[in-house]
Design a binder for this molecule. Structure first.
Ligand code: SF4
Ligand code: MG
Length: 319
């Protein structure tokens, strides 16, 4: 079956210069990434902060342009589309950001925050917008009277529900959820996640779920990509990654997973700092922190090799 999204050799290098006279340096935020997102899946992208996962999400929505690579939505290379042709895809592909405190306009009423997109994309009239907004608020567990309030009158969890309603009302097919619950309390987080799962089923959505929290991945995902310094280290079904992890980095991440809802805080990152993406380590980019590293790891970069059907790992000694 054709995937909903196909990412091919996608790269995003940000140029930085100390001065106009110095040689440019490049931050390799996303470094030659390829994968498919099947329709109806919850494709989790996991990694520590600085691994490039948010940049990847923004690239896939074409909110930023890649340095190179191809990007297909139902077989159409959307990087080749002009602004006008892109408009329909902008509606179909949406994002919910991490911070519900900054993502909603503070001086707009909820009805206008949610209704705005309906005016732009569907040219709806006021009456129609009113009933659509009312309906969508009920779907995310809010009420009609909430339409006439401002974002600051809501809790973090409620604001995230408003942010979700705002994208849902546009009838998207694909939503990037960038750490959608990491700013919320644990109990609120669990309810919002459960709601997102239910909405996915009811509206036949496909999610790309960006997070650093593997307990959340365990609860949500059908597929998992583990990122490190802009590269995919391991990718496969949730079962592959959780029950048959092959990459040393994945194994370390899994060793420190707390469970959703318990709120227990366990160390969630491997020892040591993530190296700078400006000067990534030679060979395997993970070698400076890898407990299994050998001499070859400093010299030769491992390829992403297939461990079992659909399950790939980037390590000289996988398995
Ligand atoms: Fe570790 Fe070497 Fe495998 Fe990289 S290639 S993950 S450094 S063992
Ligand atoms: Mg991020």
């Amino acid at each position: 079956m054709e995937p909903l999204i196909r990412v091919e050799n996608l790269k995003k290098y940000f140029e930085i210069r100390k001065s106009i006279f110095s040689k440019p340096l490049y931050v390799r935020a996303v470094d030659d990434v390829s994968f498919d997102i099947p329709k109806g899946s919850i494709f989790a992208v996991v990694g520590e902060s600085g691994s490039g996962k948010s940049t990847l999400g923004r690239l896939i929505l074409r909110l930023i342009e890649p340095t190179s690579g191809n990007l297909y939505f139902k077989g159409v290379n959307i990087l080749k589309l002009d602004g006008k042709e892109m408009l329909e895809y902008r509606r179909k592909m949406q994002i919910v950001q991490q911070d519900p405190y900054n993502s909603l306009h503070p001086r707009k009423l909820v009805k206008d925050i949610i209704g705005e997109g309906l005016k732009i994309h569907f040219k709806m009239k006021r009456n129609e917008i009113y009933s659509k907004v009312k309906g969508i608020l009920e779907l995310v567990g809010l009420r009609e009277e909430h339409m006439f309030r401002y974002p600051h009158e809501f809790s973090g969890g409620q604001r995230q529900r408003i942010a979700i309603a705002r994208v849902l009302v546009l009838k998207p097919e694909f939503i990037v959820l960038d750490e959608p619950t990491s700013a919320l309390d644990v109990s609120v987080q669990a309810r919002v996640l459960a709601m997102l799962k239910e909405l996915k089923e009811n509206f036949s959505l496909t999610y790309m779920f960006i997070t650093h929290n593997l307990a959340v991945v365990d609860y949500m995902a059908t597929h998992v990509a583990v990122m490190y310094l802009g590269k995919i280290m391991e990718i496969g079904s949730k079962d592959d990654i959780f029950n048959h992890p092959s990459h040393p980095y994945t194994k370390i991440l899994l060793d420190c997973v707390p469970s959703v809802g318990t709120g227990r805080r366990i160390r969630t990152v491997p020892k040591g700092e993530i190296p700078s993406p400006i000067n990534p380590p030679s060979g395997c980019v993970f070698h400076t922190r890898c407990p299994k590293a050998e001499k070859i790891c400093q010299i030769e970069e491992p390829n992403l090799l297939e461990v079992s059907p659909g399950h790939f790992c980037r390590c000289h000694f996988y398995g």
